[in-house]
Design a protein around this ligand. Sequence first.
Ligand code: ADP
Ligand code: MG
Length: 493
Amino acid sequence: MADDAVPAHLINSSTGDWEMVIGLEVHAQVTSKSKLFSGAATEFGAKPNAQVSLVDAAMPGMLPVINEECVTQAVRTGLGLKAKINLRSVFDRKNYFYPDLPQGYQISQFTQPIVGEGEVALDMEDGEEVRVGIERLHLEQDAGKSLHDQDPKSSYVDLNRSGVALMEIVSRPDMRSSEQAQAYVLKLRSILRYLGTCDGNMEEGSLRADVNVSVRRPGAELGTRCEIKNVNSIRFIGQAIEYEARRQIEIIEDGGAIDQETRLFDPRTGETRSMRSKEEAHDYRYFPDPDLLPLEFSQSFVDDLAAQLPELPDQKKARFMADWELEHYDAEVLVAEKERADYFEEMVTLGADPKAAANWVLNTHLGRVNKEDIDFEKAPVSAQANTAILKMTDDGTISGKIAKDLYDLVWESGGDPEKLVEERGLKQVSDSGEIEKIIDEVIAANPKQVEQVKAKPQTLGWFVGQVMQKTGGKANPQMVNQLLRAKLEIAES
Ligand code: ADP
Ligand code: MG
């Protein structure tokens, strides 16, 4: 970065620079067949109220029983976040009234969560490394859902989600831009998915974030924050932060002060609006749930889980970088999804050059997958096919241009890349006689351009383009360049 460049995460304004400060509270649904304190199923998409036990409906006299699987998942997540695991934690009642909360309280953890301090590391596109502190992770119940659009006169309630286990993962206010906040959620999601502790599906509500935003002059004390509730997509998180930071700056610059409040993001307008102020904030009257004993387990329980953890994104990234000298950011994007990392590794195992394979997967393959907006696993070009394409490019059988065309061909109509090259005559032309013949034709047909290129050698590219076009992209570009220079008497640049 140049000395005079402004660090990317400051907002410039007529009164000087502002820095945004962001901390996130992420709610992640625990992957588990049954709920946190009952045996009811958790599967998404069931008929309303088809998965509600007497405990979830808060019938009198029902007692919660902790689901060991959810505890295991929370501990594994804590280990994945390099966090302190608390061998003793306590469940508290968080009291409030809402029609979708039949108990009249949510069972959560307040002063003694199951997981303490940890950390998530981010590699940003511009090369910056960011470490986001994790303050805590606690287990809690999800609430049900009120349905206001089923009947003109009544509201209904669906308690399928009631009692489903959530992990609330609270970060420190360590992020300084919307990009960092988005990268954090993506990284967290990636870690959870590798662990298999949350499916990370934001559309189905398995992962949602409360976004805390404040602004300050660089280096000053933390400003007053606003909390934007329940943002459920990576894009909306970015939009909400950008809008909210600018809203706060405008208020302060106009001589006002920020009220600490809870706000909602409206995806239609891209704006946030007030939901309730601090004065209206709930007083939850937390107290230890008398129906549940403190949650205690042994260090050996934790050690066993630690020993069985899969290779996580950061370990995989470090391995890719050490073995194949990949760039930080490239490696970060490759390992973000396990399927993607496996695909890349398969190509390397099949003999593709690692750097070329990384480039190809990140640009050509992922580019197409994103453009078509499909799941990575559904892409119709296999790792074998891509390896074959890269090998043929590498040994000069096909040109780089043809490689891209061939990729598109395999994507659209399938087939074996090597056979396609044979059948369709896509081999690179490296026969100098053949190329020379075409060059002579181009030169003869374009006397004006010939004159021009002698004065301005940089226009040589135009000739290269003409020759490539006449050969259907099959001519070996270096050879075309060399032969053109020789014929037109232009020195090598
Ligand atoms: P509470 O428990 O009252 O919601 P916390 O102090 O636990 O408040 O913070 C909740 C979230 O808000 C955390 O993710 C934290 O990082 C974030 N946060 C705290 N102070 C600020 C601030 N000044 N600006 C932005 N985020 C903040
Ligand atoms: Mg909070």
